[in-house]
Structure formats: structure tokens, C-alpha cells
Design a protein around this ligand. Structure first.
Ligand SMILES: [Zn+2]
Length: 70
């Protein structure tokens, strides 16, 4: 699946972050999540110590990302 725009929102601090190119590593304001890879690949993660062990669906909102063929 080709990525057109890689954007996620942190559900804890509501910050919206976008990784614009391959090594563009971005984190949200509260530091709970990160995003990397730009439009090459979508690498993301969260830090359990900031999220109290919440599952990723409760922390990261992917609905702002755009994928080819959506
Ligand atoms: Zn956050």
C-alpha cells in the first residue's frame, strides 16, 4: 500500500504530527507517540510509560493519513 500522507493524532494530547520524508522522525507534544518513515514506510510507536499501558488504538488515531487506493 502506497502512502500519500503519513499523519497521526495523539489521543492523549490531541497533537497532530506528520512525517514528511523517510527519516523525518516526529513525536507528539506529550511524547507518548512517534512517527517515522514519511511516505516510504509508516513506522510508529508509543511509549508505555507515557500511555499507562493503553493499547495503540486508544492512543493513536490514523484517520488523517492518506493511502493510495483509499
Ligand atoms: Zn501526545
Amino acid at each position: 500500500m502506497k502512502i500519500i500522507r503519513s499523519i497521526v493524532q495523539c489521543k492523549i494530547c490531541d497533537d497532530v504530527i506528520e512525517s514528511k520524508f523517510t527519516y523525518d522522525y516526529v513525536t507528539c507534544k506529550c511524547g507518548a507517540i512517534f512517527l517515522d518513515g514519511g511516505t516510504e514506510y509508516q513506522r510508529y510507536g508509543l511509549w508505555p510509560e507515557k500511555t499507562n499501558g493503553k493499547p495503540k488504538e486508544k492512543v493513536i488515531d490514523f484517520s488523517l493519513s492518506e493511502y493510495e487506493g483509499d
